[in-house]
Design a protein around this ligand. Sequence first.
Ligand code: RB5
Length: 148
Amino acid sequence: MRVALAADHAGVALKRDVKHLLTDLHAEVEDFGTDSDASVDYPDYAERVARAVAAGKADVGILICGTGIGMAMAANKVAGIRAAPVTDVETARLSREHNDANVLAIGARTTPIDRAMAIVRVFLDTEFAGGRHQRRLDKIAALEQART
Ligand code: RB5
């Protein structure tokens, strides 16, 4: 699996841990930064990951900021991206099963490290269930097409 990964300054330490986990899981990781705690703007990093996923250069993206919220908001502006801000293992599973989320957004300031690792594992391990859920995703895609 090819994973595009990025964080803002709030997520640098957690990104390091997530990258180790992804390497242990034999994922192919493209790391878009940031790599220091100097303040940066999360939309710049969300855009890099979202564009890599939308272009098919990565299978999924993982974005980390203070809460995961800003990263998800920004990533979802890129056509084809379904980014989920996830705070627990159950929503990680459902974001894949029901929403076919292709970007996971995690909050480094709101998520304990062990839970963040579990979220990443479940996100990567869970398949989209399809069926009725596909019809709903088609409606999301139609909204995207109709956007003015
Ligand atoms: C940065 O201080 C913080 O606003 C950012 O990491 C993120 O939490 C935004 O959603």
